[in-house]
Design a binder for this molecule. Structure first.
Ligand code: KG4
Ligand code: ZN
Length: 335
């Protein structure tokens, strides 16, 4: 089965063709980073307009790359939420119209399920069950994954997502947009243990997170410092170390509680090298990640999630045409 994937939930237009037998055939990504950079964050209306401009040309581009025609497509998978409503509606409208015109199924995919399944696109994929740590700009989730569509939420952030905390801290320190990877790069120049940041919510039971306090701690530390470039790098490192350590503590706890031996990490922040090094150091544990280019938003994970859901025969509601700006993972239907 050949699935066309369309991702347009935020500031990236991602298109891909995934074949359930041959694997990923082609993918293309257009990032709107330059468009939003001057505003220091994503401007929703500009994002929607750009998705309108880019989606159809990128669909043609992936079809050309794979030397296929529109009529070869067997199903269209599009991100229906969570995300920016206007941006989502572009992918929904184009995906649904495409499927209607070709008389093939249209699959409404949850963006976080796309991230969750993305490490399974790699060679030697993890097998179920596993604990999934999803770390993106909008979410920090720990999920018990029994199979495709079988997700139990173990914990989540009660305030800022970890990627959001990276971005806000970076902005406060005067770093460019998007802040997360820039803060991580600057942290490499930091002196270890110059500052010690708290590990929020680790000294009480449970698997929820809170990252907004770390951002405030970084701001207060910056204000009290001499504000040199070295201070900035030291604060970046202390912030990153605290965020990574907090995630690692909760991952260990989730693995202990579930009894699973496999950890699967995905979402934009899973590209963070310090996080990977720390999680890899948890002994007797198999840890899986997506390849770096599929950590952040992309069409491949949506096409793949569509193929997995079709294969698992997960029922799709074909009558609705809606985008869901909020769509919790545990509200997905089970096969
Ligand atoms: O998954 P994603 O591309 O979009 C959402 O679904 O939100 O995640 C984007 C987030 C941003 O907050 C970005 O700053 C963060 O991932 N990010 C990083 C790194 N690369 C991307 N955060 C820390 N270190 C990185 N290397
Ligand atoms: Zn994402």
């Amino acid at each position: 089965m050949l699935v066309l994937g369309i991702e347009s939930s935020c500031d990236e237009t991602g298109i891909a063709l995934y074949d359930s037998e041959k694997g990923l055939l082609a993918h293309a990504l257009y990032s709107q980073i330059e468009l939003h950079a001057e505003y220091g964050g994503v401007v929703p209306e500009l994002a929607s307009r750009d998705h309108i401009r880019k989606t159809l040309p990128l669909i043609d581009e992936v079809l050309n790359k794979a030397k296929l025609r529109r009529t070869d497509i067997d199903a269209v998978a599009y991100t229906a939420g969570p995300g920016l409503v206007g941006a989502l509606l572009v992918g929904c409208a184009i995906g649904r119209s495409f499927a209607w015109a070709l008389d093939i199924p249209a699959l409404a995919i949850n963006h976080m399920e796309g991230h969750l399944l993305s490490p399974l696109l790699e060679e030697n994929p993890p097998s179920f069950p596993f604990v999934s740590l999803l770390v993106s700009g909008g979410h920090t989730l720990l999920v018990d994954v029994q199979g495709v569509g079988e997700y139990t939420l173990l914990g989540e952030s009660i305030d800022d997502a970890v990627g959001e905390a990276f971005d806000k801290t970076a902005k406060m320190l005067g770093l460019d947009y998007p802040g997360g990877p820039i803060l991580a790069a600057l942290a490499e120049k930091g002196i270890p243990d110059k500052y010690l940041f708290p590990r929020p919510m680790t000294n009480r039971p449970g698997l929820d997170f809170s990252f907004s306090g770390l951002k405030t701690f970084a701001m207060n530390t910056w204000k009290a410092s001499d504000q040199t470039e070295q201070d900035k790098a030291d604060i970046c490192l202390a912030f990153q170390t605290a965020a990574v350590e907090t995630l690692a503590i909760k991952c260990k706890r989730a693995l202990k509680e579930t009894g699973h031996k496999t950890l699967v990490v995905a979402g934009g922040v899973s590209a963070n090298k310090a996080l990977r090094t720390r999680l890899d150091s948890i002994s007797q544990l198999n840890t899986y990640y997506p390849r770096p280019e599929f950590c952040s938003d992309n069409g491949a994970m949506i096409a793949f999630a569509g193929a997995m859901r079709q294969a698992a025969m997960v029922k799709q509601d074909t009558s609705t045409f809606s985008a869901r700006p909020r769509w919790p993972l545990d509200e997905l239907s089970v096969p």
